[in-house]
Design a protein around this ligand. Structure first.
Ligand SMILES: [Zn+2]
Length: 183
């Protein structure tokens, strides 16, 4: 039977300075298993305010804007991609490829997929749709033409700029997150 031993060190004072941050190292009595390391904030004030992330402490309150921005980005992404997918789907169905090979060849010609034939066959055998193998936005001029033909070009442009703005907001908010190295 293997046994383990945990050793606890004080790494540094906590962020309010009242208590400490501790490092716990658990070693197994087995030369093949590596040590298991984790940190804890030994302070009732700091512990709920910070969370641990890859050797850093992240101030939770500084993440709120970022988390909201991420949610907003997701909500602008969904209508954009449902429009893009419906345009691509309409095109592929009008194209009416006689085989999966011909279908992939057309997607490749348009530059909207990066799958190989073997990958595409696997994709389809898993029950996934042709559109799920496509990223229509990679060929903007072609996509815009499809949208224009269905009088959806204004809608596409609006959704695209909303999504870009949301992405930028996420980037800006990410810069405001307070991270501190544990040690
Ligand atoms: Zn503290």
């Amino acid at each position: 039977m293997s046994t383990s031993e945990t050793v606890t060190f004080t790494v540094r004072p906590c962020f309010c300075g009242a208590r400490t941050i501790a490092k716990h190292v658990t070693t197994q009595d087995n030369p093949l298993s590596s040590a298991d390391i984790y940190f804890t904030i030994e302070c009732k004030v700091c512990a709920p305010e910070w969370r641990l992330e890859h050797g850093h402490m992240v101030l939770r309150s500084s993440e709120t804007e970022y988390l909201d921005a991420r949610k907003n980005e997701e909500s602008t992404y969904k209508p954009l991609y449902s429009l893009v997918d419906s345009l691509v789907e309409g095109y592929l169905s009008r194209f009416g490829a006689k085989s999966k090979k011909a279908e992939l060849a057309e997607m490749t010609r348009l530059g909207i997929t990066s799958l190989s034939y073997a990958q595409y066959l696997k994709h389809r055998s898993e029950g996934k749709l042709p559109t799920q193998a496509c990223y229509g936005l990679r060929n903007r001029p072609w996509l815009s033409e499809l949208a224009t033909a269905e009088s959806l070009d204004n809608k596409l442009e609006k959704l695209l700029s909303a999504y870009k703005a949301a992405q930028q907001a996420t980037k800006n908010a990410a810069k405001k997150i307070v991270r501190k190295k544990i040690a």
